[in-house]
Design a protein. Structure first.
Length: 545
């Protein structure tokens, strides 16, 4: 090769490599953010989509890192990739303007050692309605930091959202936290998302009755909200639109003129003000370090009225109010402690709201996670008080997360494209029918004589997911389900199982194990994922006449 040619080759290689390095660096340096993929929202972390296989710490656990220390290994053993942990306003700002981030730093440091990500929960003005995590200097100075009041005028241990002083104090502390995170974590990005406040809501009244609140209630509905309602009239949550419709879609007026008189209007009013306040706090943080931010809700028990449950929080019927008031909040999230897991997923997976479940009762079946991730494109799942699980080495969550971890690249590739379905079966839903590719999947609960005999016990909740690889080839993962197949073509043909393999994804590559064409598939009649563990099977189907 001539000198001139080799010089050219060298320059070309240099340019190509430099471009690659710059590209890799910019990918890594992009902050965590959300992107759209079909109907799904993916959380991007260091340039790659990320599925949160999480667990939330009990409320007090992160206030003493020595207490937390023995649990980190368990989190790894159970295949968690993310811990949701509170950050307490009273502990980071014990005196006004003096910040102490030592707990946050140690938390980040420990998470890095175990290669775990963090979602931080800002326990600021409100934690389960109350202001129990506000610092002493806030709690004890009611003149400066006023409280919400009952109709009878009694002060509550709830900071009123109608005070700029309250809001600004919270926003300053939150901003300081986000500034600190930027300075210590922007490169490594251990912290990937932030929950602003915790389970906001008014209780035991549907709204605040302090003087400022009463004055505001008598004023017209803000033009900002009226404009939002007008321009989104056709896509409002139906249950919310009905309220406005009943009053003749009024374009202006007081809260009671626009929405009618009643607890529902008290709740709409307080929701707007909670959301405005929270948005200012989120904005202060995003201005310095724009991580994705969300709010979580305490859900409603059947038949409870506003005031009996924490009212005005980020509940599904108030999604439009929160969206209009809080553009710095990326999504609303449910804390699911009730058994009707599916219904709450459906209610939150509406109108483009990304689904993430920051809290779920840790007694619920991890089959929930398969359902939410496949059926509702959830970006993550997180049982509460994760450190308190007994015998973590045998806990079903570990086996479920092992499988979800293996499937993560495939799931993230398929979310939002209509090539995945989730299944959740229990005493209320024994079977379901799913159409995917060229086939119909009849999925039923493994319910067998063993459970039938235990008639006093509840039917265990089982479930899983079906992922289409090709129109005739599928990954079916989960636990306790039996699947039979029918062709979708209505031409009298019958579905046959060519083969079923169990297996594992190792570094994203399918590695088959046993072929299951005998007893395990009832001699080619069905696919069965036994209920004693979580597993993956791959099936190739065909049709014959
Ligand atoms: C929901 C709250 O968000 C958590 O902080 C915790 O209080 C749990 N409830 C307790 O069940």
């Amino acid at each position: 090769m001539k000198f001139r040619d080799s010089k050219l080759l060298f320059i070309t290689l240099f340019v190509v490599l430099s471009v690659q390095i710059i590209h890799a660096q910019s990918k890594n340096q992009a902050l965590p953010h959300l992107i759209k993929q079909g109907s799904a929202n993916l959380l991007m972390v260091q340039g790659e989509p990320f599925l949160i296989l999480g667990g939330e710490l009990g409320n007090s656990t992160a206030s003493d890192l020595a207490y937390l220390r023995p649990f980190w290994q368990n989190f790894k053993m159970m295949h968690l990739n993310t811990i949701l942990s509170p950050v307490y306003w009273e502990l980071i700002e014990p005196e006004e303007g003096r910040f102490d981030f030592s707990l946050v730093d140690s938390l980040i440091y420990s998470a890095r050692i175990y290669d775990l990500k963090l979602v931080l929960l800002w326990f600021g003005s409100w934690k389960n309605s109350m202001s129990c995590y506000a610092p002493s200097w806030v709690k004890r100075d009611q003149q400066r930091f006023p409280r919400a009041r009952t109709r009878a005028g009694q002060a509550l241990e709830i900071l009123t959202p109608f005070s700029e002083e309250n809001r600004n104090a919270d926003a300053r502390a939150f901003k300081a936290l986000m500034q600190h995170l930027r300075s210590c974590d922007e490169q490594q990005q251990t912290v990937i998302m932030i929950q602003v406040e915790n389970e906001i809501g008014m209780i035991p009244e549907a709204r605040d009755y302090c003087d400022a609140a009463n004055r505001s209630f008598a004023r017209p509905v803000p033009v900002e909200l009226m404009n939002y309602l007008q321009s989104n009239k056709h896509s409002l949550m139906p249950e919310f639109r009905q309220i406005w419709e009943r009053m003749g879609y009024k374009a202006s007026g007081t809260w009671e003129q626009v929405f009618g008189k009643g607890l529902h209007t008290d709740e709409i009013f307080i929701a707007w003000h909670f959301a405005k306040y929270t948005d200012e706090v989120a904005k202060a943080g995003k201005d310095v370090y724009p991580l994705p931010m969300f709010v979580n809700a305490a859900l409603i028990r059947p038949k409870y009225q506003p005031g009996q449950y924490p009212s005005g929080g980020p509940l599904p019927h108030l999604l439009d109010i929160w969206r209009a008031a809080a553009p710095h909040i990326d999504f609303l999230a449910p804390d699911i402690y009730f058994k009707n897991f599916k219904e709450w997923c459906e209610k939150y997976d509406r109108s483009g709201n990304p689904l993430f479940i920051p809290e779920v009762a840790n007694t619920q079946s991890p089959a929930n996670a398969f359902y939410a991730i496949a059926q509702h494109n959830a970006m993550g799942y997180s049982p509460f008080s994760i450190e308190s699980l007994k015998a973590p080495q045998f806990h079903p969550l570990g086996s479920a997360y092992d499988i979800l971890h293996q499937l993560e690249p495939l799931i993230l590739m398929k979310q939002g494209k209509g090539q995945m379905a989730g299944v959740l079966l229990d005493s209320t839903h024994h079977k379901t029918r799913i159409e995917l590719g060229n086939f119909i999947f009849n999925v039923r609960h493994e319910y067998s004589w063993a459970y039938a005999q235990k008639s006093e016990g509840e039917t265990p909740r089982f479930g899983g997911m079906i992922i289409m690889l090709e129109p005739d080839e599928f990954i079916i993962a989960g636990s306790g389900i039996i699947v039979t197949f029918e062709p979708r073509s209505n031409d009298g043909s019958v579905a046959g199982i060519d083969w079923i393999d169990e297996g594992r994804f190792i570094n994203g590559k399918w590695t088959p194990g046993r072929r299951l064409n005998g007893d395990q598939s009832h001699q080619g009649r069905h696919l069965h994922l036994p209920g004693n563990t979580y597993g993956i099977q791959r099936a190739k189907l065909y049709a014959y006449k």
